[in-house]
Ligand binder design. Structure first.
Ligand code: NAD
Ligand code: MG
Length: 336
């Protein structure tokens, strides 16, 4: 195929003209306008509704925390498809829950966008994590594996310190780890289970952010993961939904609190996504079989379909975005 003549992209021209005079007059040039066209062919258009697997899904219970390599179908985290364009070049990211599902897709995307990445996951998930580490290294980026349990405050502190020291800096924190376990009745919700959900989803978020903030230079970004459950809670996810509402709320307050330090805090609110969390106790088996049927797409999202939102929120392109929650809920129209 003949190569196309080199010409400035529309985005490059817009950035160049809009930012140039005003930013220089203000004494700061937040980003360099780059006029470039890689010359690669445009990706083909495709119908998004029919693009990925739809229910019914086969029964596939797994013991917690689950492995995505054992799922049918295996979730698509962009291993073969995500193409970067340098949006995270020179950045240093810590991704929790980076072995599988949404965190894995984000870790792969960040690396292909040019970031070095530290991954946190549970020791039981080593085989999933090894695949992600290999993919990050294949992208030419540094990958650091930091397994451990986020329910432990001392571990959260040391995780952030180790991520920063092994990457050389920390300017991006993606909080994707989460615990979801259903109980049909509040009478079945033990204090141990309640503590497990709150420690994983809320306490660790506070501990990680507390440890990260003193290390993060202005321009850094934190992206949390809430859920549609924060706004439309299911009857059997009382504790989980409450933690996700808290994360959305914390994102809004921290968005305001940390902006004067130049740190942007935002969150993503996923609808149904096909990940291991769903097949190891998050939902009754019957719900897994029809997972995603209720939304406008009539199928769950694949992690690769949400990773670009995390990249956008983390990248300096989103310099005016803070304290926001971005809903990706399968066409339901639900806001974040
Ligand atoms: P996932 O199972 O692939 O990822 C969750 C990860 O959390 C696990 O891989 C594990 O590494 C980590 N984790 C859990 N407990 C931990 C602990 N104590 N210490 C350290 N790590 C721990 O599933 P996912 O769906 O990709 O989940 C990612 C996030 O997305 C979660 O916060 C989840 O609540 C949220 N979410 C998912 C959906 C969905 O439909 N899949 C919908 C809304 C929100
Ligand atoms: Mg996992």
């Amino acid at each position: 195929m003949a190569s196309q003549p080199e010409q400035p992209s529309r985005r490059g021209v817009l950035l160049g003209t809009a930012l140039g005079a005003a930013a220089l007059a203000a004494g700061a040039m937040p980003r360099t306008a780059q006029a470039q066209d890689t010359g690669s062919p445009a990706p083909p258009l495709f119908d998004p509704v029919g693009a990925y697997p739809a229910p019914p899904f086969p029964p596939q219970p797994q013991p917690w925390p689950g492995l995505q390599s054992k799922m049918h179908p295996v979730p698509d985290c962009g291993e073969k498809s995500y193409t970067g364009s340098g949006r995270m070049k020179g950045r240093h990211a810590l991704v929790t829950g980076g072995d599988s599902g949404i965190g894995r897709a984000v870790a792969i995307a960040l690396a292909r966008e040019g970031a070095d990445v530290a991954l946190n996951y549970l020791p039981q998930e080593e085989s999933d994590a090894r695949e992600v580490i290999a993919l990050i290294r294949q992208s030419g980026r540094k990958a650091v594996a930091l397994p451990g349990d986020l329910r432990d405050e001392a571990f959260c502190k040391s995780l952030v310190a180790q991520a920063a020291s092994s990457l050389g800096a920390l300017d991006c924190l993606i909080n994707s780890a989460g615990r979801q376990h259903f109980h049909e009745s509040i009478l079945d919700l033990s204090t141990e289970e309640l503590d497990w959900t709150l420690k994983t989803n809320i306490y660790s978020l506070v501990w990680l952010i507390k440890a990260a903030v003193p290390l993060m230079p202005p321009g850094s970004a934190i992206v949390n993961t809430t859920s549609r459950q924060a706004y439309s809670p299911s009857a059997n996810l009382v504790d989980y939904a409450a933690t996700k509402a808290a994360i959305a709320n914390m994102t809004r307050s921290l968005g305001k609190q940390l902006l004067p330090k130049g740190i942007r805090v935002n969150a993503v609110a996923p609808g149904p996504f096909w990940t291991p969390l769903q097949v190891c106790g998050a939902q009754p088996e019957a719900v897994v079989e029809h997972f995603g049927a209720e939304v406008a797409y009539h199928r769950p999202g694949q992690p690769v379909e949400i990773a670009p939102v995390y990249v956008t929120l983390a990248s300096t392109d989103s310099s005016y975005v803070a304290g926001q929650v971005w809903g990706i809920t399968g066409g339901s129209g639900e806001p974040g």
